[in-house]
Structures are given as structure tokens and as C-alpha cells.
Design a protein around this ligand. Sequence first.
Ligand code: C2E
Ligand code: MG
Ligand code: MG
Ligand code: MG
Length: 283
Amino acid sequence: QAKSLGRNAYSFFTKEMNIAMIRRFEIEEQMHGALERNEFEVYYQPQFDVKTNKAIGAEALLRWHSAALGNITPDEFIPIAEHTGLIVVIGQYVVKQALNFLNQWQTSEGEQYTIAVNLSPRQFRDKNLIPFIKESLDEANIGAGSLELEITEGVLMTGQSYIADALQALQKLGVKLSMDDFGTGYSSLSYLRQYDFDVLKIDRSFINGITQNKEDRDLVKASIAIAHNLGLDVVAEGVEITEQLTILKELNCDYVQGYYFSKPMPAAHFIDFSSHYKEINEA
Ligand code: C2E
Ligand code: MG
Ligand code: MG
Ligand code: MG
């Protein structure tokens, strides 16, 4: 009996696992060559200054339109790109695109903006990361201070010395460092003390709750106070409704980003309508 139960359990899991494994395998297979087939596209989501209502920059967010598999979300393909190491070349593509976009946006509006790009752990193991960033900035003729690199604590968790070295080298270049998804991990606070970040991004799971939930509001309030004490600017992620914006203003948040202002959009659309994204439009 135990044997047949065991076999059933075994076949049940293999079926579930097979589906997940096949999907993973297909994604991995299609990812090779996706850059060459031009299937990746970088979208941009504006960020606004709460005090002036003006746009201050945008975050670059990668999209994959796979000819074979359809659209695949970054939450699904980034971990696989990370695992295979393909994130290194894909990430370089994102940096190039983002700097090019920044040029166009600044020219189109005659203003200075910043562009934020997400970096995952594997990219820090690339010896070429620092020279690549420097060359890309030079090539695009963009000052290092206009590039912000967003890092989650997953990058810092390894405690490897090359991470600290890379962060320091990036800072020496003049690039800004941003701690992404703040509040979702266990030791974010100690990392804030240990490394010299410029920007703190409060995770949208907290912003989501600030209108109904006193605990979330208190946590956001405390995070903003701590960040300001350490000399960091604060971005609230995932602002979807006007009530959240009102509370964030009261709590002294510096910058906001979210569907309430705009979803991430393709570069061409963003540039065509860039005058619409110059200021917060309270609809
Ligand atoms: P993230 O860096 O925390 O990016 C914010 C995510 O929240 C984005 O999801 C964005 O589209 C979404 N978002 C923005 N405003 C709102 C809102 O008001 N409501 C809701 N519900 N969502 C909002 P997305 O684009 O699916 O990206 C997911 C994650 O994938 C990113 O989280 C980031 O960790 C990763 N990712 C995206 N692009 C890249 C990339 O080029 N390189 C790397 N390494 N990771 C990337
Ligand atoms: Mg981010
Ligand atoms: Mg985030
Ligand atoms: Mg995230």
C-alpha cells in the first residue's frame, strides 16, 4: 500500500513539476536569440516630485514580446535570465536603451531628468560592469549623476566583498544608488547603514495599505523619517489612488511613481506625449 501511495505521490509531483520545468525550459530556449530577434523592449514609468508636481525622472522596466511564447512578465523571465547568466547581456541592452531614451526625453522637454535601471545580483559578478557603465555614459554623453541603479537586498545578502567593491566603484563614478522594494526583506535597515545609498524606494505592498491600515501608514512614516535622517530621498512605488498621494504628501515623501500617474510605456509613446508627463495631472 505504501508503495502504491508512494508511486501516486511520485507521479502527481512529476506531472506538476514537468509542466513548470517544460515552461522554464521553453523560456530559457527562447531567451537565447531573443535579443537578436529584437523581442525585448524597455518601457518607462515617470516619477514625480511631490512638492513641485514636476517629473524628475523615470524607471526603465523591461518587457519581452516572445514570438514563440507571447508576452512574458519580468517576474517570470528575470529569475531565469539571472540563473542562466543571460541577464548580463540583457542588462547591458537595458542600460544602453535607457540612456538613449534619457537623451531623447531631455532634448524633447529641454529639462534634466534621471533614469533608473534595475540591476540584479548576477550583473555584479560581471567584471566588466563598471567599465561598461562608464563607457555607456560617455558614449551617450550623460553625466553619471543622471543614472540611478536600483538594487534589492538580494544583491547585498551574499555579503560578498566584490559587491561592496562594485557599489563603491559605482559611487566613485558618480552613479546614484537606490534601494528597491524597501521593507520586504529582513535586514534592509542594516544594509542602509552599511552602504551609502542615495534613494530609498518603499515597496508598493506598504503603499497599497496606507489608506486603510494604520500599521502600514506608521511603517511608511518611520521609513521616510529614517531615510531622511540618513540623507536619502524617498520614492513611493505603486501609487494608484489620489488618497495615497495625499497621505504621502503629509508624510513628507519626496517622490512618487505608480499607475495613478502613468503605467510604464514604450519609449516612442512616452516621448510623443512627454509634455503630458511633465507634471502631475490630477485627473
Ligand atoms: P520593481 O523594480 O520593483 O518595479 C516596479 C514594478 O511595479 C514594475 O513591475 C511596475 O510595472 C510595477 N508598478 C508600477 N506602478 C504600479 C502600480 O501603481 N500598481 C501596480 N500594481 N504595479 C505597479 P514590472 O515591470 O512587472 O517589473 C517587475 C520586476 O521585475 C521589477 O520590480 C524588477 O525587480 C524586475 N525588472 C524589471 N525590469 C528589469 C530589468 O531591466 N532588469 C532587472 N534586473 N530586473 C528588472
Ligand atoms: Mg525597480
Ligand atoms: Mg520595487
Ligand atoms: Mg520588485
